[in-house]
Design a protein around this ligand. Structure first.
Ligand code: FES
Length: 255
């Protein structure tokens, strides 16, 4: 169940170049939210009708935190909002991570890449297991210190300015990181590589495909991905990332 609310902004901040956070006070959304879900944030400018889907980074009582990158006029507008102002938001939306599933007690490797890092923070907090957290950045780090409360953090940067030079799987090899279940969110090439790594090593793997979303409410079909579900007529069933996802078992979807 999701709710539309005019949510009061209780804190804002800049975490890096073009990376911002907003904390909202909500009536119902935070209480219903799970890690891996997202909210749709509506612009106050009526000319921008489509909301921006933004993943949930933290859930604390009735408060929600989002961390996002400014990529266009909508997100730039959000980054100029101040404490005490309000934004219209809808959520929680989509299918998040199931932290009560049997696999959730297994030793985990949590991967976050770029702006796919924020949703993994709440997951890291809620998973009750041994956690290896591998974060991939282009160059500038953000949120990495907050992950240290929840597990062992390993960093990879493209330019080699911190941690392993290369991508998150280079860091896994360099540090001989092992786990029995993988959770990942990040750019598509990273998710493809992680899916292949999980298949090769026979590791259960859950990925979040949220970078493909547009309207966020199941209406535009811009977010469909091919699934492995085939009906009696050999028709492949597409899945909407914003409705059936963004979190999928990696084996379920073709990416
Ligand atoms: Fe529009 Fe999913 S983003 S249907």
């Amino acid at each position: 169940m999701s709710f539309r609310e005019n949510a009061k902004i209780i804190k804002t901040g800049c975490l890096g170049i073009g990376v911002y956070e907003i904390w909202f006070e909500t009536s119902d959304i935070a209480k219903a939210a799970k890690p891996g879900q997202f909210i749709s944030v509506y612009s106050a400018d009526g000319s921008r009708l489509l909301p921006r889907p933004i993943s949930i980074c933290a859930i604390v009582d009735n408060k929600l935190r989002i961390v996002y990158r400014t990529v266009g006029a909508g997100t730039k507008e959000f980054s100029s909002m101040k404490e005490g102002e309000s934004l219209s938001i809808q959520g929680p939306l989509g299918n998040g991570y199931d932290v009560n599933a049997t696999y959730a007690s297994k030793d985990a490797i949590i991967f976050g890449g770029g702006i796919g890092i924020p949703p993994m923070l709440e997951l890291a907090k809620q998973l009750n297991c041994k956690k290896q957290i591998v974060l991939g950045y282009k160059d500038e780090l953000f949120l990495n210190e907050e992950f240290e409360k929840y597990g062992t953090v390993t960093i990879a940067t493209e330019d080699g300015s911190c941690g392993t030079k290369g991508n998150v799987l280079d860091a896994v090899k360099a540090h001989n990181i092992k786990g029995d279940v993988i959770y990942a969110c990040g750019p598509m090439p990273m998710l493809r590589a992680i899916k292949a790594y999980a298949l090769e090593n026979n590791i259960e793997c859950y990925i979040s495909l949220e970078e493909k979303m547009a309207c966020g409410i199941g209406a535009c079909l811009a977010c469909v991905c091919k699934s492995k579900d085939i009906d009696d007529h050999s028709k492949v069933h597409n899945k909407r990332v914003c409705k059936e996802g963004p979190v999928f078992n990696a084996k379920e979807v073709e990416i």
